[in-house]
Write a protein that binds this ligand. Structure first.
Ligand code: CTP
Length: 404
């Protein structure tokens, strides 16, 4: 398997905007995850945040202007441009964006952007009218066409008092996009539909049957597929999901809702996924009758009659028949021994006409940030992914899907 080399050295450019306070948090996010960070600030940025703060966070000297570059090298901005695996400018002010588009090199950050061959990611921050101004939009469009990644600002109340789009994207959002900029785009152009989390089967207006699934495995798959360039849709049960904003999230409640949503996305929407990954813990049964009023405790015991839910993966497998698309990946959660798990995975692979089943144990997976899985595919290939973070497990699963 070709090992992806992880490129991680970040030059963080900061320009003059009130959002500069978020740069400190962004720098911390990178540093805490093992990304070496060097900061280059414009003079205007220093009016909003001190170089000392960023030096303390990154553990590296902060570059401010040409004239403070060390006499020994004399060309610090070129060194920084060459050192960077990615240059992220967050916040990027309207003035800075205009100058970058035009090719100015009047300060160190602009000069290093001209000199670098690393991917460039900009997170604009400005007043809504400045952002929506035709010139700013033209500048951003042209930069996009030149391959610069733009992390769109968010809507909300702005520091200037206006309400609208212009607020710099959250540090997490910038982080996700920088990771994408640093990664091989082996899923570019691939449409991936992922389901995750538990379903809830109503008993009465205040009660439901559910399970302990946290949705973390599916969220990890969504984040990593996005990082590798995929166009991702995530259908999830009622659990919090923190994913890049470009991941389309659709929340559902019951297994029937999930069934309807998956069928719509797979066959009726424009999505037409290339790959469907069923990581959701779909309830196999639901109460036969849902009480419209709260059930009172009248008797010593109470029996609930349950009926079978539709099997979403099985239905997808049956509808696909011999067609290779969409690629279908399911999960198998068991509680027994490894041999039984693999046997179950094989059996589910056949029964549901899937391409791969990811087998795991409830005790290793539920509500944890780590997992241990066995991958069993339709070619009879089987491999184990030893306990590791769900993000790594997700990448192993995505690696194997590429080979199916
Ligand atoms: N699944 C599904 N629809 C269901 C139940 C399960 O699509 N109604 C999917 C799950 O998302 C998972 C796979 O089928 O990808 C296996 O789920 P699991 O509950 O482990 O297996 P079951 O088929 O339900 O079989 P059993 O409960 O008997 O082990």
């Amino acid at each position: 398997m070709a090992q992806r080399v992880e490129r991680r050295k970040i030059v963080l450019g900061i320009t003059g905007s009130i959002a500069a306070y978020k740069s400190a948090e962004l720098a911390r996010l990178f540093v805490s995850r093992g990304y070496p960070v060097k900061v280059a600030m414009t003079e205007a940025a220093r009016e909003f945040i001190s170089a000392l703060t960023l030096e303390a966070i990154t553990g590296n000297p902060v570059s401010t202007d040409f004239w403070s570059e060390s006499a020994a090298s004399g060309i610090g901005h070129i060194e920084l441009a060459d050192w960077a695996d990615a240059v992220v400018v967050a916040p990027a002010s309207a003035d800075f964006i205009a100058k970058y588009r035009a090719g100015f090199a009047e300060n160190q950050l602009l000069a290093l952007l001209l000199a670098t061959r690393a991917p460039v990611i900009l997170a604009p921050a400005m007043n809504v009218n400045m952002y929506e101004h035709q010139r700013t939009q033209e500048n951003l469009r042209e930069l996009k066409e030149r391959g610069v990644q733009i992390v769109d600002p968010e809507e909300g109340v702005l520091a200037c008092g206006w309400n609208g789009r212009g607020r710099m994207a959250s540090p997490w959002e910038v982080f996700y996009n920088v990771r994408r900029g640093l990664s091989e785009q082996d899923y570019a152009g691939k449409k991936v539909l992922i389901t995750t989390g538990p379903t809830r089967e109503a008993i009465d207006p205040v009660r439901f049957i559910s399970n302990r699934s946290s949705g973390k495995m599916g969220v990890a798959l969504a984040r990593e597929a996005f990082r590798r360039g995929a166009d991702v849709t995530l259908i999830h049960g009622q659990v919090p999901v923190k994913v890049p904003s470009a991941v389309r999230c659709l929340e559902v409640t019951s297994a029937e809702d999930m069934y309807q949503q998956v069928m719509r996305e797979t066959y009726e929407s424009e999505l037409q996924p290339d790959i469907v990954i069923m990581a959701a813990a779909v309830a196999d049964y639901r109460p036969k009758d849902v009480s419209h009023s709260k059930i009172k405790k009248l008797d010593e015991s109470l029996s609930l009659a349950l009926v079978r839910n539709k099997d979403i993966l099985k239905e997808l497998g049956a509808r696909r028949a011999d067609n290779p698309r969409p690629v279908l990946v399911g999960f198998a959660v068991e509680t027994g021994e490894i041999d039984e798990l693999i046997e179950e995975a094989r059996e589910k692979l056949q029964r549901k006409n899937a391409d791969m089943i990811v087998g795991n144990f409830a005790a290793d997976a539920f509500d944890l940030d780590t997992n241990r899985v066995w991958l069993v595919d339709k070619h009879g290939k089987q491999s184990e992914v030893a306990t590791t973070f769900k993000s790594r497990v997700a990448n192993k699963i995505l690696d194997r899907i590429r080979k199916l």
